[in-house]
Design a protein around this ligand. Structure first.
Ligand code: ADP
Length: 230
């Protein structure tokens, strides 16, 4: 792939993803041929009922899980079907992930968690950590441990860690699930500003407000894309 193709590439390009889980005799097809593209500057909301494959999709896009079939490219670089060390490097440099299980180390403060994430891609982001925490509304909570934070603060600390290295793509599972109305608005504004800065943003969400700010809404049903609307 030449340099032009790379720079023109979508922020995220997933093609024909398959993922199944086997438990004894039973097989669950969690993803059945999902193709999804997030352009630079675009915010995509993924919606769907529980069990439709949203978390599995997010994990495959982030390189945290490996699809059985299909491919995932981030900024033109393939992340699927590569050794974990290479996936981890790509994740550190190009992807911010907010998962529901959280991405914070329990015995480190918020600032230390952000610095730890920075250490995985040294020099990638020049933004002062204090400024990043201000953006997520945690300027005053940087020295708190995760257990000292409220649910909403935890969600925002996780977002700060995900944004620590100024990723090309932000993948977030219910990033506003724990937030009250005004804090949700603040986080959504921040996500929009990521897209405005030509990054790609993909949110798995149940929030009507998050769906409203998205450029596109992709509906998953039974491991397939049922609808993809602007
Ligand atoms: P959603 O995030 O939309 O609720 P998931 O991606 O978590 O959906 O799950 C999709 C389907 O895959 C469900 O039927 C779920 O039970 C199944 N599944 C997900 N993870 C596993 C796993 N680790 N082992 C077995 N089945 C799984």
């Amino acid at each position: 792939m030449n340099a032009t193709t790379v720079s023109d590439a979508a922020a995220l390009d997933a093609r024909d993803l398959y993922r199944f889980f086997r438990a004894g005799e039973e097989e669950t097809l969690a993803l059945r041929g999902v193709s999804l593209r997030v352009r630079r500057g675009e915010t995509v909301a993924v919606v769907g009922p529980s069990g439709s494959g949203k978390s599995t999709l997010l994990a495959c896009l982030a390189g945290l899980d490996e699809p059985a079939g299909g491919s995932v490219h981030i900024g033109g670089e393939r992340i699927s079907h590569r050794p974990e060390s290479e996936r981890a490097r790509l994740r550190a440099h190009r992807i911010g992930v907010v998962t529901q299980s959280g991405n914070l180390i329990a015995h480190l403060t918020v600032v230390e968690n952000v610095r730890l994430a920075r250490g995985a891609a040294p020099g990638k982001s020049k933004q002062p950590v204090g400024e990043l925490l201000e953006q997520v509304g945690l300027g005053h909570r940087g020295h708190a441990l995760p257990r000292e934070l409220s649910g909403g603060e935890l969600a925002r600390a996780g977002l700060a860690v995900a944004l620590a290295n100024d990723p090309d793509v932000l993948l977030a599972d219910e990033p506003t699930g724990e937030l009250d109305g005004s804090t949700e608005q603040r986080v959504l504004d921040l996500l929009r500003s990521r897209a405005d800065a030509s990054r790609g943003v993909l949110l798995v969400t149940h929030s009507a407000e998050a769906v409203r700010i998205a450029d596109r809404v992709v509906a998953l049903h039974d491991g397939r894309i049922r609808d993809d609307q602007r």
